[in-house]
Design a protein around this ligand. Structure first.
Ligand code: ATP
Ligand code: FE
Length: 358
C-alpha cells in the first residue's frame, strides 16, 4: 500500500508518498529558512502563512513525482498532529483531513518524534528490530529512549534545559552565523575549520551519574561559550580562527557530553538491545555520526543505525513511513483536526523509584 505524508509542525512544509516496503515514491519539501532569517528564529504566524501558501503545491509535486495525478490514488493520508506549533500543525491537519475525507482514504495521526525515531527502520535494510536504544537530538528535544515498539517508547534520559539543536542554534546566533532553518549546519561547517581545544569549555554533568542531558545550565556550557565570546576583543571576535575555535570547542564539549551519556547507557546494558538509533535534526551532523560509540568495551556487537542526513531533519517521508508502520498493525484514526496536540511528550518518563530498564 502507499501513504501520503504531510509535515507542517515547524518551518518545513514536507510532503511525501511512501510505499509500505519503504520505497520513497515521491517527495517535496518547501523550506522557510529565508523567511525566518531576518527574525533570528521561527515566527509562528509567518510559518503558518507560508505553510498555507506552500502546502497545496507540495502535495501536487510529491504526487506527480510519484507518478500519481491525485490523492485518490494513494491508500492512506497521514499527518503530523504534534508536538509542534499549534497553528502550523493545523494547516497540515486540515489539508490531510480534507484529502482523506474527499477520497475516502484511511487517516493516520502521526507523532512527530516517533516519526523521527522510526526513520531508522526505513533507512536500514533489514530494519533494526525492536527493542533499540534511541538518541533523539533535534531542535526541541534531546532524549535517550528505549524504543520497544510502535507507540511504545520509554524515556531513559532527557535534557534538563536546552535541546541540542537549540544549543547549536544559540551558539550560531552568538557567532552571527545564518540561523534561518536552524544554525546547526553553519556551526558544523565553521567548527570543521577550528581547533576543538581553542576555547576551554566545561563538559556538562561530567561526574553526575545520570542519563539526563544539560546543554545550558549544569556546569554552564552555554554561559561559558557566551562569556568566551563576550570577553574577546573586537579584533579577536572578527578573526576567523577565533570564531572557528569557539564553534569547534562548543561542538566538542557538547558531543563529549553525549558520548559520556551513551557510554554510560551502553555499559549498563544487558545483551539486548544491541542497536543504537540516532534520530532528529542534529543526527545529520557528521561529527556526531562519526563519534558515536560503536563496539562495546566487552566486545559485544553494538550496531549503530542512522538515516541519511536529509531524512534526519523534518520531512514528509518520516510522516508517511511512521503511518505505514502503524497501518501494518491495523492502527488508524478518525479524520479529525482535533487530533492536533502542540504539547505531546513521546513515551512515559520513569516513575518515582523506578529503575531504568538497562
Ligand atoms: P523537534 O523535532 O524536536 O520538534 P524540530 O523539528 O524543529 O524539533 P528538527 O528539524 O528535527 O527539529 O531539527 C532541526 C534542528 O537540528 C535545528 O536546531 C538545527 O540547527 C539542527 N541541525 C540540523 N542539521 C544540523 C547539523 N548538521 N549539525 C547540528 N545541528 C543540526
Ligand atoms: Fe523535528
Amino acid at each position: 500500500f502507499t501513504v501520503l505524508g504531510i509535515e507542517t509542525s515547524c518551518d518545513d512544509t514536507g510532503v511525501a508518498v511512501v510505499r509500505s516496503d519503504g520505497e520513497i515514491l515521491g517527495e517535496a519539501i518547501a523550506s522557510q529558512a529565508e523567511l525566518h532569517e531576518a527574525w533570528g528564529g521561527v515566527v509562528p504566524g509567518i510559518a503558518r502563512d507560508a505553510h498555507r501558501d506552500a502546502l497545496g503545491g507540495a502535495v501536487e509535486l510529491a504526487l506527480r513525482r510519484a507518478g500519481l495525478s491525485s490523492a485518490a490514488e494513494v491508500d492512506a493520508v497521514a499527518v503530523t498532529v504534534g508536538p509542534g506549533l499549534e497553528i502550523c500543525l493545523r494547516v497540515g491537519c486540515e489539508e490531510a483531513v480534507r484529502l482523506a475525507t474527499a477520497h475516502g482514504k484511511a487517516f493516520v495521526a502521526v507523532h512527530h518524534l516517533e516519526a523521527h525515531v522510526l526513520m531508522a527502520r526505513l533507512a536500514c535494510h533489514p530494519p533494526p528490530p525492536f527493542p533499540f536504544l534511541t538518541l533523539l537530538t533535534s531542535g526541541g528535544h534531546c532524549q535517550l529512549l528505549l524504543t520497544r515498539g510502535i507507540g511504545d517508547h520509554q524515556v531513559i534520559g532527557s535534557t534538563l534545559d536546552d535541546a541540542l539543536g537549540e544549543a547549536y542554534d544559540k551558539v550560531a546566533r552568538l557567532l552571527e552565523l545564518p540561523v534561518g532553518g536552524g544554525g546547526g549546519p553553519a556551526l558544523e561547517s565553521l567548527a570543521r575549520e577550528g581547533d576543538p581545544s581553542a576555547t576551554p569549555l566545561p563538559v556538562p554533568m561530567r561526574n553526575k551519574p545520570s542519563f539526563d542531558f544539560s546543554l545550558a545550565y549544569h556546569r554552564r556550557l552555554k554561559t561559558a561559550v557566551r562569556l568566551a565570546v563576550e570577553r574577546a576583543s573586537e579584533e579577536e571576535r572578527a578573526s576567523p580562527a577565533f570564531r572557528a575555535g569557539v564553534a569547534a570547542s562548543f561542538q566538542n564539549a557538547a558531543l563529549r557530553h553525549l558520548e559520556m551519556r551513551l557510554t554510560r547507557a551502553r555499559d549498563s546494558l544487558g545483551c539486548a538491545p544491541d542497536t543504537l538509533v540516532l534520530s532528529g535534526g542534529v543526527a545529520a551532523n557528521a561529527e556526531l555520526r562519526r563519534r558515536t560509540p560503536s563496539p562495546r568495551d566487552d566486545g559485544a556487537p553494538w550496531r549503530m543505525v542512522v538515516p541519511p542526513p536529509r531524512l534526519c531533519t523534518d520531512n514528509g517521508v518520516m510522516v508517511a513511513w511512521a503511518a505505514a508502520e502503524r497501518l501494518k498493525l491495523g492502527l488508524t484514526d478518525a479524520p479529525d483536526v482535533e487530533h492536533v496536540r502542540a504539547r505531546w511528550p513521546l513515551g512515559r518518563p520513569l516513575q518515582g523509584g523506578e529503575e531504568a530498564p538497562l
